[in-house]
Write a protein that binds this ligand. Structure first.
Ligand SMILES: Cc1cc2nc3c(=O)[nH]c(=O)nc-3n(C[C@H](O)[C@H](O)[C@H](O)COP(=O)(O)OP(=O)(O)OC[C@H]3O[C@@H](n4cnc5c(N)ncnc54)[C@H](O)[C@@H]3O)c2cc1C
Length: 437
């Protein structure tokens, strides 16, 4: 029986663990946190259908009060002079779910299907020889297996300590991560803005994004930047938020913690002999909005399907490349597209973002769904308005072009695991990145 080690009880790892255990594999998930500390203390948005499919529970079988519809949304320009409002209809309303019940569902499902989960067991590094990964070193000793599925998040100690000769990119550049602090405060009056969920781009003219979501009984505030920040910045920003949202109390009801989100294109190469990364460890988020839950769930599913189908083989990079390749064709190509636009926006000064908003070069359809606002007439209108400040307009066009080129490359990965071809392909994708200074 093949022995599978899942490093970290991340979303992708828990899905893979359940599907593999169900198919008769010996699966052990190794997680540093205790069971009670699993899952952030806040709600997040994703599409619930894959969760339903994986756990076999339709939405009516989810834990009580674990999800709700979030209200309408407004994007606010850096100067706060322009607001782009998005009103959702019945079919497009955004669903959000508390993270703890989501993790509970995934953990329960993995355990019910027969996976073992070792909580409170910290992983320090992989066990490898020059050619393959053979296990992990934990605080409780060495644990070996036929493959390590790396689901230990963005700073995974397994990925970070792989030999460089494996060719997996470990570099994190400025703008690849989004640092967020988030808390739900009590409400001191019944006021609610017309658009409940307000998203501030280049908030207070700093590179990043923040939001203030006024709920029925709480106010959910997220302060986000591409550089790390501390308590002074939080206090300063909360004071500004309270001025514009005087119904925000000062008692923290949920959250009050930092989180880090990868916001770059996914790793081109994410496998080696005996190793596959999935989820944040492979940067599987949508760069523009940091959404990674569905991508992680899907990665876990594709990886498990690949392992089941090739169960008679050793888990060499040749076999695991099938997972790597399929992920990029099905998801990587689509999500990598908007790294270009995101990095382009972060590379121009805040007055440039204001110009693009105030002149309708960026419109609500651009923010509510990529590619929906691209007919010829609309593009010509954007061109005419954007050319009033060509330096900002062309920066954005360059971002869109680079994103499109990267996306086309992701859609056509080399067919087989051939190192030279993969390196060439990865370099070509890397050359499409817009650097953020
Ligand atoms: C503030 C915030 C808001 C977000 N909003 C959304 C949203 O609305 N929608 C969305 O789709 N995504 C959102 N995301 C992103 C999303 O959380 C991730 O992309 C997604 O959870 C996938 O991450 P993961 O499971 O791979 O990694 P993680 O969630 O980081 O899980 C990794 C696991 O590995 C464990 N681990 C780490 N190191 C070790 C170690 N050394 N030893 C053992 N175990 C270890 C960790 O404890 C953890 O349990 C948000 C993230 C943040 C921080």
């Amino acid at each position: 029986m093949k022995k599978i080690i899942v490093a970290g009880a991340g979303h992708a790892g828990l899905v893979a663990a359940a599907l593999l255990a169900e198919n008769g594999f010996d699966v052990t998930v190794i997680e540093k946190n205790p069971r009670s500390a699993m899952g952030h203390d806040w709600e997040d948005r994703f599409d619930f259908s894959l969760l339903s499919e994986i756990t076999g529970k339709d939405i009516s079988g989810f834990p009580e009060d674990c999800w709700r519809y979030r209200g309408d949304c407004a994007f606010i320009s850096p100067s706060k002079r322009k607001k782009i409002e998005i009103f959702y209809d019945e079919n497009s309303r955004q669903k959000v779910m508390w993270r703890k019940p989501l993790l509970d569902m995934l953990i329960d499902n993995a355990e019910e299907k027969g996976a073992k989960i070792l909580f409170e067991t910290q992983i320090f590094s992989p066990v490898c020889d020059e050619s393959r990964v053979k296990g992990v070193i934990t605080a409780q000793g060495e644990i070996t297996g036929d493959i390590v599925i790396d689901s230990a998040g963005v700073f995974s100690p397994v990925k970070m300590n792989l030999p460089d000769s494996f060719g997996i990119d470990k570099e994190i550049k400025r703008g690849d991560l989004f640092y967020a602090w988030r808390a739900y405060f009590n409400k001191v009056s019944d006021e609610t803005p017309k658009t409940q969920f307000e998203v501030y781009l280049y908030h207070e003219c700093e590179q990043g994004l923040s939001w203030c979501c006024t709920n029925k009984n709480t106010v959910d505030i997220l302060i986000g930047r591409i550089d790390e920040f501390g308590s002074e910045k939080i206090d300063e920003q909360l004071a500004i938020f309270r001025k514009d949202h005087p119904w925000t109390g000062d008692k923290i009801i949920n959250g009050g913690q930092f989180g880090i989100i990868p916001v770059r294109r996914p790793l081109t190469l994410m496998v080696a002999n005996g190793y596959a990364a999935a989820g944040d460890s492979a940067f599987m988020t949508t760069p523009m909005n940091g959404m990674g839950i569905d991508l992680s769930l899907n990665a876990g599913r594709i990886l498990a399907e690949t392992l089941v189908k090739n169960a008679k083989n050793d888990y060499t990079a040749d076999v695991l490349w099938k997972y790597n390749r399929r992920f990029h064709i099905e998801y990587g190509a689509a999500v990598s597209k908007n790294e270009g636009l995101k990095n382009a926006l972060l590379s121009i000064p805040s007055e440039g973002v204001d110009f693009l908003f105030e002149n309708d070069v960026i419109q609500s359809a651009d923010l509510s769904g990529a590619g929906k606002n691209m007919d010829f007439k609309t593009l010509m209108g954007k061109f005419a308005r954007g050319m009033k400040k060509p330096e900002y307009f062309f920066a954005i066009v360059n971002g869109l072009i680079k994103g499109g080129e990267a996306s086309s490359l992701y859609a056509k990965p080399p067919v087989n695991f051939e190192k030279a071809a993969i390196e060439k392909w990865s370099r070509a994708i890397g050359s499409k990145r817009i650097e953020i200074l």
